[in-house]
Design a protein around this ligand. Structure first.
Ligand code: NAI
Length: 303
């Protein structure tokens, strides 16, 4: 099945470089009209320039595609709103939003300044919130929308020196989980991409021979699956160096302990059973956890 984005309007944040650029070029080559957003700063978020985004737009135009550049800083809702207003004026809809813009301010937690922590949360998490907020009502009215959050293995599993980045990236999974519930009846799908690729973000972290395998295009192949018409919903797709996998949060079935036995000692005594992965499930809403525990408690009461 060939995947087409013919006529679809796609907004990609941080599309002047790296993964965003690769997503933008791939979407445009498959017929999408593309908003190439980029603040154009350095890897740590300092500075701003329209150069990178303009170059991507030029490349798309040369290939016969449609695109415009916008320098909105995703942390600034008014700028994001102006970008979406311009998109609506030009093309009248927004089908796809890929929240991709990002920066790094790595330091061990002991040495981390709180301002660096807050800025990273602001760009990755609030930046994605701002962009999603600006397109949400449009997508609801269209009864169509595809949103991709760019998460990271640093958030899903941890990475030394990235408490700020990891917290922001895992926050995006929380954002996705509830947007999926609220957007379902409007045909809005929300998924998350967990990439690993050779970009300026990773160029000094991974040795060169391996970097060559980690192309942005290998990640983009997965990104497009998350935002096309028949996309999955609520999927964390991990992509890198040609590898593709799905990450899922499971909860063990757990144990039930009656009222008069509920003590830390009892929990510890039953630990092996509590952590037993047999019958573990991926829950599709927070309420399912409450439901599971109450079912166990009710069943015990009826014995
Ligand atoms: P990159 O540094 O090449 O590209 C990020 C782009 O975002 C830059 O062009 C930058 O100007 C833009 N940007 C930064 N702050 C912005 C703001 N406030 N408003 C608008 N644009 C802004 O990095 P890369 O690797 O392409 O990263 C893309 C996304 O993928 C990021 O969210 C990153 O955290 C994520 N990621 C990347 C991984 C990798 O292996 N490269 C691993 C895991 C996640």
């Amino acid at each position: 099945m060939a995947i087409s984005f013919e006529g679809k309007v796609c907004v990609i944040t941080g599309a002047g470089n790296g993964l965003g650029k690769s997503h933008a070029l791939a979407l445009a080559s498959r017929g999408a009209k593309v908003v190439v957003n980029d603040l154009g700063g350095a890897r740590d978020g300092t500075g701003a320039s329209s150069e990178a985004a303009d170059a991507v737009v030029d490349e798309i135009h040369k290939l016969g595609g449609e695109a415009f550049a916008h320098g909105a800083n995703v942390t600034n809702f008014d700028e994001v709103q102006a970008m979406i207003d311009q998109t609506m004026k030009k093309w009248g809809r927004v089908d796809v939003l890929i929240n991709n813009a990002g920066i790094l301010r790595d330091k061990s937690f002991s040495k981390m300044e709180l301002d660096d922590f807050k800025l990273v949360i602001d760009v990755h998490l609030m930046g994605s919130v701002n962009c999603t907020k600006a397109v949400w009502e449009i997508m609801k009215e269209q009864n169509y929308g595809r949103i991709v959050m760019t998460t990271s293995s640093s958030g899903l599993y941890g990475n030394f020196g990235q408490t700020n980045y990891g917290a922001a990236k895992m926050g995006l999974i929380g954002l996705m989980n509830t947007l999926v519930l609220e957007g379902g009846k409007y045909n809005i799908h929300v998924n998350a991409l967990s990439p690993t690729a050779n970009t300026r973000m990773t160029e000094d972290l991974i040795p060169p021979p391996m970097l060559e395998l980690m192309t942005a295009e290998s990640v983009t192949a997965g990104a497009l699956v998350l935002c096309h018409e028949k996309s999955p919903n609520r999927t964390i797709l991990c992509c890198g160096a040609g590898g593709y996998a799905k990450a899922t949060i499971y909860e063990t079935d757990g144990i039930f302990v009656s009222k008069d036995e509920q003590s830390p000692e009892m929990v510890i005594d039953n630990w092996e059973e509590l952590v037993n992965p047999e019958n573990q499930k991926a829950l599709d809403s927070g309420g399912k956890q409450t439901e599971k525990f109450l079912m166990k408690a009710m069943a015990a009461l009826q014995k």
